[in-house]
Design a protein around this ligand. Structure first.
Ligand code: ADP
Ligand code: MG
Length: 387
């Protein structure tokens, strides 16, 4: 139990027992990529992999943080937390009480010990898992009562986004924090990024002899942040040229004619991805609700092709994961997350999972890629108190 590990780290670091232990999950997005900042739709599930934080409030303003995956104790007065301060991983922790205070909540300093079991930097949202576990702890420790319902949880998610954007200075659209705080076991979370509306969509593959495989490609590519900014800029340029409030307003019907008004082929392809991807999320929800998993698999493949060809955010490792999974019997597969590395997902018959994993591993070896990590996941629960 990593709740035990977090509590033990707390005791050995700070010399007393924590008030409690809280945890929050990583996520994979089933479909709907680069749609969040286009007022679109996405469909994440919470992972069984969680980040645990043991915490205790302080009388003074000091924030002290230690992590089993960090590099020593970091101390900063809450009043001195600012963009880039503290630097590094501790920003994801200290940014949360900072953001809650900025949102008007009475928050003091605290001691925090972290043990994360979400793979770091694999596109599975270890950053939001960390923020949201700290947010859950802060909600209870400072009696903010933000965990009791969706309204409070949405408020807490916004504070965690603020922490990541402003203090850790990482751009993020909000899907990760919503998944970590609002997802429910056995369900995918349909998130409408235009108005924040959410719906729970049943996602219990085991009842249908299926499973979801995550392939962490462990691929490392430079320039990821720059590419993300470029894609956002292209979407904004397309919005301006089309004279719409967002790409969400552009219907999928008659799309090509509409796109012909754009000034370049690149803008046409970027906008085409976003508009068709939003439509694929809607179709995937309909297919899941009617247990049509073949259709879901085909939507995964269409989504991957769109990201590879139109949005141009895939890389050879992600394409290899998708192609080899399908060759070994997956109903469908796609890269998930921002792109340029990270993870892919595959919808597989449960009894084919080991064969798919072996085939993917062999395909990576044949191309001289780093050996990928892969594991089966189920839709798990949101951030909460563990003890
Ligand atoms: P992802 O969220 O996809 O895993 P990010 O780059 O957004 O990738 O976030 C990863 C960063 O979050 C790490 O480099 C580290 O700074 C921080 N982080 C996440 N989990 C932990 C942890 N358990 N301990 C310390 N830092 C963590
Ligand atoms: Mg992240």
């Amino acid at each position: 139990m990593t709740a035990d590990a977090a509590a033990l780290l707390f005791r050995t670091t700070f010399g007393s027992d924590p008030t409690g232990v809280w945890s929050a999950p990583g996520r994979v997005n089933l479909i709907g990529e680069h749609t969040d900042y286009n007022s679109g739709l996405c469909l994440p599930i919470a992972l069984p992999h969680r980040t645990f934080v043991a915490a205790k409030p302080r009388e003074d303003d000091l924030v002290r943080v230690v992590s089993a995956q960090g590099d020593g104790l970091v101390e900063v007065p809450l009043a001195e937390v600012a963009p880039g301060r503290p630097g590094g991983w501790a920003a994801y922790v200290a940014g949360v009480p900072w953001a809650l205070r900025r949102a008007g909540y009475a928050v003091t300093g605290l001691d925090v010990a972290v043990d994360g079991r979400v793979p770091l930097g694999a596109g599975l949202s270890s950053s939001a898992a960390l923020e949201c576990a700290v947010g859950a702890a802060a909600s209870d420790l400072f009696h903010l009562d933000l965990l009791a319902g969706d309204v409070g949880r949405t408020t807490l998610a916004a504070a965690c986004v603020d922490a990541e954007n402003t203090i850790a200075q990482a751009p993020t659209g909000g899907m990760d924090q919503s998944a970590a705080l609002l997802a429910s076991e056995g369900h995918a979370l349909l998130l409408d990024c235009r108005d924040g509306h959410t719906e729970q969509v049943p996602f219990d593959l085991s009842a249908h002899g299926l499973a979801l495989l995550v392939v962490d490609t462990r691929a490392q590519h430079a320039l990821v942040d720059g590419q993300y900014a470029q894609r956002r800029d292209s979407c904004e340029a397309a919005v301006r040229e089309l004279g719409v409030a967002s790409l969400r307003e552009v219907p999928a019907e008659g799309l090509e004619e509409r796109l012909s008004a754009l000034s370049s082929d690149v803008l046409r392809r970027r906008a085409r991805h976003v508009v068709t991807e939003i439509s694929r999320v809607q179709q995937a929800v309909t297919s899941l609700r009617s247990n049509d998993f073949r259709a879901v698999g085909e939507l995964f493949l269409a989504s991957h092709a769109s990201m590879r060809d139109d949005f141009e955010i895939s890389v050879a490792e992600l394409d290899t994961a998708v192609e080899s999974a399908v060759a070994a019997g997956a109903l469908g597969a796609r890269m998930t997350g921002g792109g340029f590395g990270g993870s892919a997902i595959a919808l597989v018959p449960a009894d084919r999972a080991p064969a798919v994993q072996a085939t993917v591993r062999e395909a990576f070896a044949a191309r001289g890629f780093r050996s990928p990590d892969s594991f089966l996941v189920t839709a798990s629960g949101a951030a909460d108190r563990d003890r």
